[in-house]
Design a binder for this molecule. Structure first.
Ligand SMILES: Cc1cc2nc3c(=O)[nH]c(=O)nc-3n(C[C@H](O)[C@H](O)[C@H](O)COP(=O)(O)OP(=O)(O)OC[C@H]3O[C@@H](n4cnc5c(N)ncnc54)[C@H](O)[C@@H]3O)c2cc1C
Length: 388
């Protein structure tokens, strides 16, 4: 039995970024079921940072995090993010949605501007405009393409330099309370921890049920991405991340001359190693072909991952009201990478009961907004026992 102060379960972006900060104050260990960090959602993302997703809290967390991506910590590491524009396009009947998004975006990205009619094609030449296409758009030059691997590795370096460890191939199989400590069993080792940070992504409710803690009612939703080559001779390298404001798709250049696209599917799923299905792959190609003049002749690559949401779609960080020392860090949905610097800062302060950071207060982000207590106790253990 190994005794530890803080045991973080899950080496995705949530667990690693929080651990990198917590390790500055507390003896910390991260355990991960898979053989490498980022195997699940964090390694399958579109890795973009923009304001076209989430509610007001997510926008504030994104705004704080964007400042970190714009001026990353110094050191010998590959860039965590590259500035790349975000471009939101709307059909005539979606004008009001675009107006709302414009207001949100301008609050955090003052250089964003509206574009109309055929001017949309000066930004992405293949977009269809007019009665069968898009009528207007919002161009935000101040968005970021993130590098998830660089972000994961940077956090691993920071946590190691603070003396913490990452143990892979360590699936948590049982959790129980013993006096002041949580006992966590993996096949190779058992741990006695003063606090556990549940950063198990899509499995966070499963872990809670293992520990006899009320689950939050998290819902994993599967999303699919395809990679394809644009038509011969089309240079997509300076295209922005392009997203429909309503149902539709998003696409972005991948770096190797290819484009990535997603039909923004949201299929409820059990926590699992998500695989793309034929229907979602076909839908991705169809959405792109409908909205642009690009035929997709071949799909080079495809994958799926889970985006896991709390019932109110906001992220969760805080101690379980029903279990001392059991810290939730869950529900990062489709914004877990772009909010990770802010969420890690919040998790550090909440887990260790530190003063609330000025950077979060400046965005009017308050502890109670992140608290699991806000969700009430509507999800009893028995209601999700089938998921365990
Ligand atoms: C297709 C797609 C596109 C996305 N696009 C974006 C985007 O553009 N921008 C953005 O910010 N976000 C995006 N996201 C969302 C983002 O990827 C997630 O919010 C984020 O990765 C969640 O991180 P996490 O650490 O909570 O979960 P994960 O990365 O899934 O990490 C959880 C870890 O816990 C481990 N674990 C689970 N159970 C156990 C156990 N019993 N024992 C030990 N370890 C365990 C898992 O193995 C896993 O490694 C996207 C997601 C998808 C799927």
């Amino acid at each position: 039995m190994r005794t530890i102060d803080t045991l973080v379960i899950g080496a995705g972006i949530a667990g690693l970024s929080a651990a990198a900060r917590i390790a500055r104050h507390s003896e910390t260990l991260v355990i991960e079921r898979e053989s490498a960090a980022g195997y699940h959602s964090s390694g399958r993302s579109a890795t973009f940072c923009h304001f076209g997703i989430g509610d007001g809290l997510v926008h504030k967390l994104t705004a704080m995090s964007k400042a970190v991506f714009a001026a990353p910590p110094e050191g010998d590491h590959p860039p965590l993010a590259k500035r790349m524009a975000a471009f939101f396009v709307a059909r005539a009947e979606e004008e009001q949605q675009l107006d709302r998004l414009t207001e949100t975006t301008l609050a955090h990205s003052p250089d964003a501007e509206r574009i109309a009619g055929t001017d949309l094609q000066s930004i992405v030449p293949v977009l269809k405009t007019g009665p069968d296409g898009f009528a207007s758009g919002l161009y935000d030059p101040d968005a970021y393409k993130l590098d998830s691997d660089a972000m994961l590795q940077a956090n691993i370096r920071v946590l190691r330099s603070a003396g913490a460890q990452l143990v892979t191939d360590a699936p948590v199989e049982a959790i129980r309370r013993d006096g002041e400590r949580w006992i966590v069993d993996t096949p190779g080792e058992s741990y006695a921890a003063r606090r556990i940070v549940n950063a198990a992504g899509s499995w966070a409710d499963t872990l809670a049920s293992m520990a006899d803690v009320n689950p939050l009612g998290l819902t994993p939703l599967k999303r699919t991405i395809i990679a394809f080559r644009p038509p011969e001779g089309t240079d997509v390298s300076d295209w922005p991340f392009t997203k429909t404001v309503g149902a539709g798709f998003y696409m972005l250049p991948e770096g190797s001359g290819r484009l990535l696209a997603s039909p923004m599917d949201e299929t409820p799923s059990e926590p699992c190693d998500a695989q793309p299905d034929e229907e979602a792959i076909a839908l991705a190609a169809w959405q792109v072909e409908q909205a642009t003049t690009m035929p997709i002749k071949r799909i080079d690559h495809k994958w799926s991952g889970l985006r896991t949401f709390a019932p109110d779609k906001s992220p969760v960080a805080g101690y379980a009201p029903d279990a001392p020392g059991f810290f939730w860090l869950a529900g990062q949905g489709g914004f877990g990478l772009q909010t990770s610097p802010a969420m890690a800062m919040a998790a550090e302060a909440l887990a260790l009961d530190l003063d609330w950071p000025g950077e979060l207060a400046a965005q009017d982000i308050r502890r109670e907004m992140l608290s699991p207590a806000r969700l009430g106790n509507q999800f009893s253990r028995s209601s999700t026992s089938a998921k365990v």
